[in-house]
Design a protein around this ligand. Structure first.
Ligand code: ADP
Ligand code: ZN
Length: 602
């Protein structure tokens, strides 16, 4: 372990291990197998990189994300680590060269795609080499039920058979029990030491806002909190992606669309710009994300409601991998709730699948309408108890008001009942507000007892109430009835007056007054801003010269720390997190110069 700690300090430039890193590393150094569950940004890679360097031979890293390998290898080379990747993008000559290096034990790490690993040629090659360990990254890809399923992953258990004495480690950021057990059984990891970290992403602030004018609210959020940051905006449909990107461009932001309808080359181009340039916003369908390792994504926004908490957690999890403060923001409205409910209810899928989808959506809607700490609710969903409210979500920062909605809900529900459970929200609201319209008259609904009993309140008031009643399961959407609403069992006690109903009050505007003060504490101070941006330009120069993304050179966290501590010599620069000996030797002098120039001129 001493050697491991020395590598952490000298090569990676970090002071101490995080989460379960030390435990995992020790297990591997002792020759045992390990299963590591850690949230995104938790530091999974060090868990296999350090033992691969310590142990004799090469560490083989199996990853499904071919697009990422280049970046991963570039980042390791920046640290002075001997490594390479083998995948379909390589030409013959380069591949031969790597194979020779491998056989001659010149590599500490080799990244490889599962299909390539499993081919007999590669397996034979590996049998001729000394192997330090096998790391199976994104191990949840073995799960048939997950959306990242890769059939080849299920064949990886043969590593255990053919390389009996080589320790294996499986890693994933997917939290649930079912997946965990599937990994163990599919990969034959029953004997493995299991390490489970907390899934709490403390640096992420969660915010969910309701209301119709999603775009305007989004714009306010971007202008106020992220005028110059990189981020991701998720939308449900391709069309909405295109529209939103155009709209942001028209307002002067660099926003690039990403969805399955664009050509491969255009998608690749947009992704590269997102990785390499500053201040780029990607507007995407859920097709975007898997394998995006960009550490400095400062915000993730949703203009559409995700279908489950798993999806929400995974998508929002792409923010702030570097541990610096990051925001997630979501807008949702009545229409989202209706269409998603309708979608799962009318799906052709098997009954069990449908039932599970409905439960998942319900949990998601519950999170949206919750008045409790968002983080507590989120983590509870993954069976993790957070004992205190977090203080870093909208419900903690500006607690929502509750109001007694019992009477209003009775009006809204009985209006559904009396009109025969055959109509959608707009029609129902017209009845409640006593609107004389032809359809209502033709149906004789202007004589109902609920006609006009809601005239004192606005359309928006009733829309919000209906949304909440649908979200909370008092009403269901008829799958065939064009959004017609029906009562559920849950309504009875409420209609009979046996129970009451308290709901969160719609916020007029999305205000988070305490928020800015809080960000200032952890983020860069105004007086360090100028130096920080000079350092950013310096980094961009280094990155462009080598054709790699800027974060491969230094993470933002490293630049922030330099701007704060202003090291004027190499020895003090080495104390900055993220600067090890290799980076010190390559970039140290120029960094110090920029710091000194800055000190002299200010
Ligand atoms: P994951 O793969 O779990 O999403 P990474 O391995 O990419 O996470 O690590 C996330 C970030 O945390 C990286 O910037 C990494 O350099 C940093 N990191 C990892 N371990 C440590 C540590 N012990 N101390 C400080 N930073 C660390
Ligand atoms: Zn909270």
């Amino acid at each position: 372990m001493e050697k491991a700690l020395e590598i952490l300090r000298k090569t990676f430039g970090y002071d101490e291990f995080r989460h379960n890193q030390a435990g995992v590393i020790q297990a591997l150094l002792e020759g045992n197998d390990a299963l590591a569950l850690m949230p995104t940004g938790g530091g999974k890679s060090l868990c296999y990189q350090i033992p691969a360097i310590c142990r004799p031979g090469t560490g083989i890293v199996i990853s499904p994300l071919i697009a990422l390998m280049q970046d991963q290898v570039d980042a390791l080379k920046q640290l002075g680590i001997a490594c390479a990747f083998i995948n379909s993008t390589l030409d013959r000559a380069s591949q031969r060269e790597i194979e020779t290096d491998l056989v001659n034990n010149k590599l500490d790490l080799l990244y490889i795609a599962p299909e390539r690993l499993l081919n007999e040629y590669t397996l034979r090659l590996l049998e001729r080499c000394q192997i330090a360990l096998f790391a199976i990254d994104e191990a949840h890809c073995v799960s048939q039920w997950g959306h990242d399923f890769r059939p080849e992953y299920q064949r990886l258990s043969l590593l255990h058979q053919r390389f009996k004495n080589v320790p294996r480690i499986a890693l994933t950021a997917t939290a649930d029990d079912v997946t965990r057990n599937e990994i163990k059984s599919q990969l034959d990891l029953y004997q493995a030491n299991t390490f489970i970290s907390s899934f709490d992403r403390k640096n992420i602030c969660y915010r969910i806002v309701e209301g119709k004018n999603g775009r305007d609210q989004l714009w306010q959020f971007l202008e106020k909190e992220h005028p110059h940051d990189s981020g991701i905006i998720y939308c449900l449909s391709r069309k909405k992606v295109e529209k939103t990107a155009e709209w942001l461009m028209a307002r002067g932001r660099t926003a690039l669309p990403y969805h399955a309808g664009l050509s491969d080359s255009l998608r690749q181009h947009h992704q590269n710009r997102f990785l390499r340039d500053d201040e780029i916003i990607i507007v995407a369908t859920i097709a975007f994300g898997m394998g995006i390792d960009k550490p400095d994504v400062r915000f993730v926004a949703h203009l559409s409601l995700p279908k489950s908490i798993e999806a929400y957690y995974q998508e929002t999890g792409r923010a702030g991998r570097d541990g610096l403060p990051a925001n997630t923001w979501m807008n949702y409205g009545l229409q989202d709730v209706i269409s998603l409910r309708q979608m799962v209810q009318s799906s052709e899928a098997a009954e069990t699948f449908k039932r599970i989808s409905i439960q998942k959506l319900e949990a998601m809607l519950g999170l949206c309408e919750s008045v409790l700490c968002r983080r507590q609710t989120l983590l509870a969903y993954f069976s993790e108890i957070l004992s205190e409210p977090c203080g870093n979500c909208d419900n903690c920062l500006t607690p929502p008001e509750l109001w007694d909605a019992s009477q209003a809900a009775q009006k809204a529900l009985s209006c559904v009942y009396r009109s025969g459970q055959r109509f959608g929200v707009n029609y129902l609201i017209n009845i409640l507000r006593g609107k004389q319209d032809e359809r209502i008259q033709a149906n004789g609904h202007d004589t109902l007892s609920t006609f006009g009993i809601g005239a004192d309140d606005s359309v928006q008031y009733w829309r919000t109430l209906y949304r909440q009643l649908i979200a909370l399961g008092y009403l269901e959407v008829d799958p065939e009835g064009y959004g017609a609403l029906r009562l559920t069992e849950k309504c009875r006690p409420l209609l009979r007056g046996e129970t009451g109903l308290k709901l969160r009050r719609q916020r007029i505007a999305d205000k988070l007054s305490n928020r800015r003060k809080k960000r200032q504490l952890t983020e860069i101070l105004d007086e360090d801003q100028a130096l920080f941006s000079d350092l950013r330009s310096l980094r961009k120069g280094f990155a462009d010269a080598q054709g790699v993304p800027p974060y491969v050179i230094f993470h933002d966290a490293t630049l922030v720390s330099i701007a704060q501590h202003r090291p004027e010599d190499l020895a003090s620069l080495l104390n900055i997190p993220g600067i090890g000996q290799h980076k010190l030797a390559h970039y140290g002098k120029r960094v110090i110069e920029v710091v000194r120039e800055h000190i002299m001129s200010s």
